[in-house]
Design a protein around this ligand. Structure first.
Ligand SMILES: Cc1cc2nc3c(=O)[nH]c(=O)nc-3n(C[C@H](O)[C@H](O)[C@H](O)COP(=O)(O)OP(=O)(O)OC[C@H]3O[C@@H](n4cnc5c(N)ncnc54)[C@H](O)[C@@H]3O)c2cc1C
Length: 415
């Protein structure tokens, strides 16, 4: 056990973890960042993917100048999608230049002690820290509809499990879902030589419009300003003022989280889709199982018809649903002490949970701060708010005597 007490341990080195680290370190805090930079983007998004977020809304955040995406790639314009590879290189550059001392290991367990927390790393090291920031991203929240649960692993995967889709060449693959992830996975499957079908409950696919980088003042006045999440006054509010979103009544905010940037394909995907992807719209899977090494499934159409089908493989591109019980690195006693908002932790205006010193950022903060927390664009606001409070706490909470780890998670009070 290393007996020295650090200020903050950040779990995860994606856009949120890295941005929070940059701001916290700039405030002179002792920070350890645990995780491999941009790991999720490297291994859990399909090769060849293009970012849907605009370049100006794809920045990691640092108080030091010169570290935004556009600083690194001047001239990259609106409506010019960023290739995944380019964004990963940008994130890796940020990790190297804007953050100190990232440790490419995992956090395996976090428990409360007094003061603060003990985090156990995959190296076996136990780290004592006054505060912990959980910035673990979306991976563990991958959602597969219950109707597909009867299928074995070789016939059913979630889109999060794929980076290289070439393993599906010459195979029939049914992609379930109607959003960007489903549509882009299907297009990339077709380009990799597979025979993809998109199966969606919706009767029609939704497509985002081609962005107008410089619309007329009349259009701006009517349609509202362009913001990180799109155009329009309300979108601007959710995108640029998450503190206001947090102050809304809970039901309103949940509706906004659900409906903002709902399932829709990017404009540049539409033409690539051509005739290479079969579409089955207005169909809902009601049951699935294995038959002679293939997946068979039945669907009900929006007109009430029933279809029986077979395919070589099903990819569920059915999104991510945050759930505190899936954050298994948190000790169950710690999880039980968290006040929840729709299976996510309820957060203070500084992203602190009901357990003092335990912070959450990214998707798990969306229930409190709204839809922008699902996107890279929210990392700047989150990083500044969290770092500000960590620095304040550091000033007001001088390290106390460290208790032996055998007494951890006893005598800790909730806020
Ligand atoms: C297919 C797809 C396309 C997307 N496209 C866009 C887009 O164009 N624009 C956009 O803004 N958003 C996009 N998103 C959403 C995007 O995932 C989030 O905006 C972004 O990843 C949030 O950053 P993050 O740091 O919270 O999460 P992540 O980038 O997932 O980073 C979290 C990191 O924590 C690590 N981690 C988890 N557990 C541990 C542990 N116990 N110990 C150490 N490390 C751990 C993970 O390995 C991961 O590297 C997309 C998502 C998907 C699935």
């Amino acid at each position: 056990m290393n007996d020295s007490l650090i200020d903050t341990l950040i779990v995860g080195a994606g856009p949120y973890g890295l941005s929070i680290a940059a701001h916290a370190q700039a405030r002179g805090l002792s920070v350890r960042v645990i995780g491999t930079p941009m790991d999720f983007w490297q291994h859990h998004m399909p090769a060849g993917m293009l970012l849907k977020s605009e370049p100006f809304a794809s920045n990691l955040s640092s108080p030091a100048p010169g570290s935004s995406f556009l600083d690194r790639h001047p001239g990259w314009s609106m409506g010019q999608p960023i290739p995944l590879k380019q964004f990963i290189s940008y994130g890796e550059w940020f990790a190297e230049h804007a953050v100190r001392g990232i440790e490419k290991v995992q956090v395996e367990h976090v428990q409360a002690t007094n003061p603060g927390f003990i985090a156990t790393l995959s190296t076996g090291e136990e780290v004592r820290t006054l505060t912990v920031v959980i910035a673990i991203g979306v991976r563990q929240f991958a959602h597969v509809p219950a109707q597909l649960s009867g299928l074995p692993r070789e016939l059913l995967t979630h889109s999060v499990e794929h980076h290289d889709l070439s393993r599906f060449a010459d195979r029939e693959v049914t992609v379930v879902g109607g959003g960007q992830s489903a549509l882009e996975t299907a297009v990339l499957l077709a380009e990799a030589g597979a025979r993809p079908t998109v199966l969606s409950r919706k009767d029609q696919l939704a497509w985002n419009a081609v962005p107008q980088p410089d619309p007329s003042w009349v259009s701006r006045a009517f349609r509202g300003p362009q913001s990180g999440l799109g155009r329009g006054w309300r979108t601007w509010l959710w995108s640029e003022h998450p503190a206001t979103t947090r102050a809304l009544p809970d039901r309103t905010r949940q509706r906004i989280v659900k409906n903002t940037m709902g399932p829709a394909g990017a404009w540049w995907l539409r033409e690539r889709m051509g005739h290479s992807v079969t579409l089955r719209l207005g169909e809902r899977i009601v049951e699935a199982g294995a038959s002679n090494g293939r997946a068979r499934f039945s669907t009900v159409t929006s007109h009430g018809g029933i279809h029986l089908s077979q395919t070589d493989h099903i990819i569920a591109a059915t999104g991510y649903v945050p759930d505190i019980d899936k954050i298994t690195i948190l000790d169950p006693k710690l999880r039980r002490r968290l006040q929840l908002r729709h299976r996510s932790p309820a957060l203070s205006r500084h992203f602190e949970s009901s357990v003092p010193g335990l912070y959450f950022a990214g998707l798990t903060a969306a229930a409190s701060f709204g839809p922008v927390m699902r996107f890279v664009h929210g990392s700047s606001f989150a990083a500044q708010r969290i770092a500000e409070n960590l620095a304040k706490q550091r000033r007001t909470t001088p390290p106390k005597t460290v208790v032996p780890s055998s007494q951890a998670d006893k005598s800790v009070a909730t806020k």
